[in-house]
Design a protein around this ligand. Structure first.
Ligand code: PMP
Length: 338
């Protein structure tokens, strides 16, 4: 990993090379050192900028994406934001297909960034009109277009093998005992896990799964089975995606929204970090991993996790006490509360 000298930095070089911070509260709770990779500092304010850039560069390298071409994806979230920015920087059209029941903030954000939006009625994944299938068809029908296909396109996890993992390794001086995060596409957990194990096979890689996802049961008992529900955006997977296929997962935890939200609250009030719910769930998992390693005779372990996106993306939801109360969850970010 090389950091270019300042005067030759281009906008796309701002993706990645994020800082790693020691998280004081989580470290105290777990009795070990817990570090968070600040992915909310990417230009699109999430970890998905890395996957967006990796997918676009891979399509270029394979000759599928040519100058003036177009990138199409079905996504309602951070990947669309990352793709829109990367496409602007490289002169490509960007078409995002999403269900028409998403928040106004999401549509407004994608439109503001210059993506062309195609809204379709929400429907089951098995329906051929689902937004993911629609995006694939649209890519096939549009001249010069490629389908990003973030779930099964392993250029996604390769971006983490080639950038996120070596960055964490270097930032921790090659002394890391465990890594954990949740999975959406699975690109981050699979890519960082494989990249760290390449350097030290003893690094324990743990999946932290939200409720409502099927991967905890799969890694624990070999069966894809979901339980409960979660309001966390961007995570919670029901199948073994192309990016998860062959991932090295040693152990797994299940974390509730209330547990994740408690960490979102503490990280904001105690450390000044305003983050989304997947980050809180990841930190809850990192505390569990630190305790597990201590119980296995590895006290003072060094554990890393991902701070996936900014909390500013959730002002009308997570940071809105009325919305949170309607979900039956405790409010966050209000000083003076017990
Ligand atoms: N957190 C957030 C907020 C996300 O948008 C995503 C991406 N879906 C993830 C976590 C999980 O990342 P990945 O797709 O690499 O599993």
């Amino acid at each position: 990993m090389t950091i270019p000298p300042p005067l030759s930095i281009r906008a796309l070089d701002l993706i990645g090379n994020t800082p790693l911070v020691r998280l004081e509260g989580p470290s105290r709770e777990a009795g070990c050192d817990i570090f968070g990779k600040c992915e909310f500092l990417n230009p699109g304010a999430s970890v998905k900028d890395r996957a967006a850039l990796g997918i676009v560069r891979d399509a270029e390298a394979r000759g599928e994406l040519e100058p003036g071409g177009c990138v199409v994806e079905g996504t309602a979230g951070n990947t669309g934001i990352g793709l829109a920015l990367v496409c602007n920087a490289l002169g490509y059209r960007c078409i995002i297909v999403m269900p028409d029941n998403q928040s106004r903030e999401k549509t407004d954000t994608l439109l503001a960034l210059g993506a062309e939006l195609v809204l379709v009625p929400p429907t089951k994944y098995s329906d051929c009109n689902h937004f993911v299938h629609t995006s694939r068809r649209l890519a096939e029908e549009t001249p010069g277009a490629v389908w990003a296909n973030q779930f099964d396109n392993i250029a996604n996890r390769r971006a983490h093998i080639e950038t996120t993992a070596p960055e964490i390794w270097a930032q921790m001086d090659g002394r890391i005992d465990g890594f954990t995060c949740a999975a959406g596409t699975g690109g981050t957990i699979a890519g960082v896990g494989l990249g760290l194990k390449e350097r030290d096979e003893n690094v324990v890689v743990a999946l932290t799964d939200p409720h409502g996802a099927a991967l905890y049961e799969y890694y624990a008992h070999g069966e894809l089975k979901a339980e409960g529900r979660s309001v966390a955006e961007g995570i919670g997977q029901g199948r073994i995606t192309g990016n998860l296929d062959g991932a090295a997962i040693d152990t797994q935890f299940r974390v509730s929204d209330a547990e994740g939200l408690a960490w979102v609250d503490r990280l904001l009030r105690e450390e000044g970090l305003c983050l989304g719910l997947s980050s809180g769930i990841n930190v809850a998992g990192a505390v569990m991993l630190g305790r597990l390693l201590a119980a296995q005779g590895r006290p003072k372990a060094r554990v890393a996790t991902i701070l996936c996106d900014t909390g500013f993306r959730y002002l009308s939801t997570l940071y809105n006490p009325e919305w949170v109360a309607a979900q039956g969850l405790p409010p966050i970010g209000r000083p003076g509360r017990d």
